[in-house]
Ligand binder design. Sequence first.
Ligand code: FES
Length: 104
Amino acid sequence: MITKIMVANVQDIDEQGSRTFSVGDKEIAIFRLSDGSIRAIENHCPHKGGRLSEGMVCGSAVHCPLHDWKIDLNSGKVQEPDHGSVIVYETEVEAASGAIYITL
Ligand code: FES
């Protein structure tokens, strides 16, 4: 079943900043890139579970705050030389209100 949920508002997230949103036992990290676009991924590093929402955004990747693995916010893939991936959620921003929706 596809569910669309409003998770935040664009105006509430600084450029290169993040917010988190919980759905059941999952935590989702929502990022605003420097070009203003929005990405959403699971907030759990595949290495040792670091909270990616607390990492530094650089271009379209986030650096895990624990051991600096770099995770691509478009594909969810960990960049070489490390390996792994996180779930990426489809996002949509309502132009008039700035409301951010993710699709689960
Ligand atoms: S927990 Fe993310 S790099 Fe180690």
